[in-house]
Design a protein around this ligand. Structure first.
Ligand code: NAD
Ligand code: UFG
Length: 342
């Protein structure tokens, strides 16, 4: 099976390329580098020992997307490409809708023309919304509207894919709802490399650990949780990548529409995360409490039982391993991929 991996140079795409090659799949990587670097692809090729094809392409360009499907025989698309910064999406919503919906629609149009019927989509737990009770399972209703334009693109793409399954005979759409991906490849060669000041907790903590930022701000310590800070279901990116390989088995069984959470089932607080990272880097990381961040939910985590039953997949790596791996990546690459690009 030949798989087109969009967003292959990005954080989750790069780790998934390795697991796909390790599992014996042929891949074609593609990215426009709006939030990544060619160095990630070079390192992925080295780590998996395969010089797989890679194309620099913007998937909002319908003609370029179409040409890619002419050039390669593609059996399935794993669609990681997208803009993902929640706060930025509030500032520039049109660009988010244009990029995330536009790229998905170009891909689906090219797939229809070339009779490619398998699509795996990077969705998010954010589709469940503020009213849902925890833990979230796949029967938990999705929200009518999420807390950000970014989240709304996920919700809208889910609807587009549901309609495609209804309309196109034999079309398979796997919607994987990720919880909070963190961690890095155990080699320390690839990892998350946000530009500017990170918005997400673990990349921010990693920058403090490596001395690039002075102090961690913990947004809120007065939530109704055991230590007053928010709880999230952090999942190691390599476990998440393996979840995608498991999902391909469903595609091979002609699943039609298949929706699945990818999480661990465990909630970890912000303070617990900071303590675990302090252990990884060998010093107490400085933190201070700051006001709550607008839009944050106090606590949510996955019910991972359906993934286990249906895919035979369970997350294996715990919080300490996630932090150890991020620290290895960040300390080996304090400037991310930028040193190698220079
Ligand atoms: P990332 O930014 O590291 O990777 C996305 C990649 O897509 C980048 O390399 C970027 O250059 C590329 N890209 C963006 N728009 C493109 C376009 N129009 N054409 C070609 N390439 C394009 O993000 P990630 O963390 O690896 O996320 C991958 C997917 O998973 C995204 O769709 C994201 O929304 C989703 N997701 C991520 C998280 C998370 O916390 N990281 C959580 C839930 C869902
Ligand atoms: N936090 C801090 N300080 C920081 C950054 C974050 O205290 O500097 C806290 C947040 O307030 C939150 C927790 O750490 O309580 C986790 O925050 P993240 O920004 O790391 O993650 P979120 O849960 O807010 O969002 C993530 C992804 C979204 C996705 C969502 C649900 O970034 O893409 O999970 O899956 F939509």
């Amino acid at each position: 099976m030949k798989i087109l991996v969009t967003g292959a140079a990005g954080y989750i795409g790069s780790h998934t390329c390795i697991e796909l090659v390790n599992a014996g799949y042929d891949i074609i990587g593609a990215d426009n580098f709006v939030n990544s670097s060619m160095e990630a692809i070079r390192r992925v090729r080295k780590l998996c020992g395969v010089n797989f094809p890679f194309e620099e392409i913007d998937f909002t360009d319908k003609d370029a997307t179409e040409k890619l499907f002419e050039k390669y025989q593609i059996d399935a698309v794993m669609h990681f490409a997208g803009l993902k910064a929640v706060g930025e999406s509030v500032q520039i919503p049109i660009e988010y809708y244009q990029n995330n919906l536009g790229s998905t629609l170009s891909l689906l149009a090219a797939m229809k023309k070339h009779d490619v019927k398998n699509f795996i989509f990077s969705s998010s737990a954010t589709v469940y919304g503020a009213e849902a009770s925890v833990p979230y399972n796949e029967h938990t209703p999705v929200s009518r509207v999420t807390s950000s334009p970014y989240g709304n693109t996920k919700l809208m793409i889910e609807y587009i894919l549901k309609d495609a399954v209804k309309a196109i005979p034999g079309f398979n759409a796997v919607l994987l709802r990720y919880f909070n991906p963190v961690g890095a490849h155990e080699s320390g060669e690839i990892g998350e490399d946000p530009t500017g000041i990170p918005n997400n907790l673990v990349p921010y903590v990693a920058r403090v650990a490596v001395g690039k930022l002075p102090v961690i701000h913990i947004f809120g310590n007065d939530y109704d949780t055991p230590d007053g800070t928010c709880l999230r279901d952090y999942i190691h990116v390599v476990d998440l990548a393996k979840g995608h390989v498991a999902a391909l088995k469903k595609i091979e069984q002609n699943c039609g529409l298949f929706i699945c959470n990818l999480g661990t089932g465990k909630g970890t607080s912000v303070l617990e995360m900071v303590k675990a990272f302090s252990k990884s880097c060998g010093r107490e990381l400085p933190y201070e409490f700051a006001p709550r961040r607008a839009g944050d939910l106090p606590a949510f985590w996955a019910d991972p039982s359906f993934a286990k039953e249906s895919l035979g997949w369970t997350a294996e790596k715990g919080i300490q391993e996630m932090c150890d791996d991020v620290w290895r990546w960040q300390s080996k690459n304090p400037n991310g991929y930028r040193d190698a690009d220079a």
